[in-house]
Design a protein around this ligand. Structure first.
Ligand code: MLT
Length: 262
């Protein structure tokens, strides 16, 4: 079994990896808006959506998700892909680079960070695990929603986000929370990234600071930074036109396959 996904377009692959506790649907506007440039593949990480049946929630971490993404790139018939991850999806993208660099043509790191959890953040994960185990993933929405979206986000986006909370199985959310709690510090990985990389920061992100995004970009050789106005932590949903413009410019600035030198 491999991951389920939605796709649009043709040609070289752009694989989109969602954050927590979301699924492939957070990328609906990127599927529509980038399919003239790439075969856009929005995956469901295991344990939810199209990947709920057949693939159990992982017991042991972000690396399992990264291995799944490597497998789906091969199963979809590609040697390599441009890989974009939002937040937890960014943790997965960095793990993919660490474990399977040969399948990564370029990286887009959206509203994410390289550091592991602080002791306080780890304690917060444990509290969230207890809450989800008792009341389901939706119980996290009250605390998380105000931090995820810029204050101006409309009712339609809020409803879509709440629906994804609601539909993420509790067992899957618990597995993700433990995976994020225990993920390693990826900071040492950043200087090793030798593919084109774009860091995307939502100007109103209340979870990842601008300094953190700038610091991550500065540590990755040659990486660019795009700041998305009018968006918080979920810029692909909140300001899809700006995110698509940034990704489109990034993708068209590099040839899809390596240039033969010599
Ligand atoms: C996400 O959006 O994926 C989460 O906020 C990431 C996290 O909690 O570290």
């Amino acid at each position: 079994m491999t991951l389920g996904y939605d796709e649009a377009g043709a040609g070289p692959a752009l694989v989109l990896v969602h954050g927590f506790p979301f699924d492939r649907r957070m990328w609906a506007r990127q599927l529509a808006g980038l399919s003239h440039l790439r075969r856009v593949v929005a995956v469901d990480l295991r344990g939810r959506g199209r990947s709920a049946a057949g693939l159990p929630s992982p017991r042991s971490g972000i690396d399992v998700h990264a291995d799944d993404v490597a497998r789906i790139i091969a199963a979809a018939g590609h040697d390599r892909a441009d890989v974009a991850g939002q937040s937890m999806g960014g943790y997965v993208a960095l793990a993919l680079w660490r474990r399977h660099p040969e399948v990564v043509r370029s990286l887009v790191l959206i509203s994410t960070r390289a550091e592991g959890d602080s002791p306080e953040a780890r304690a917060g994960r444990d509290a969230s695990v207890a809450l989800v185990a008792e009341r389901g993933t939706i119980a996290l929405a009250d605390g998380m929603l105000p931090k995820l979206l810029a204050p101006a986000a409309g009712a339609e986006i809020r409803a879509k986000v709440a629906e994804m909370f609601e539909q993420t199985p509790a067992e899957t959310a618990v597995a993700d929370l433990l995976a994020m709690r225990d993920r390693p510090d990826s900071t040492p990985v950043l200087p090793t990234i030798s593919v084109p990389t774009l860091v995307v920061h939502g100007a109103e992100d209340a979870i990842v600071s601008r300094e953190s995004s700038e610091g991550m970009a500065a540590r990755i050789p040659g990486a660019g930074l795009a700041v998305v106005p009018g968006a918080g932590h979920l810029s692909p949903m909140e300001n899809p036109d700006a995110v698509n413009a940034a990704l489109g410019a990034f993708l068209t600035s590099q040839p899809p396959e390596p240039v033969q030198r010599g």
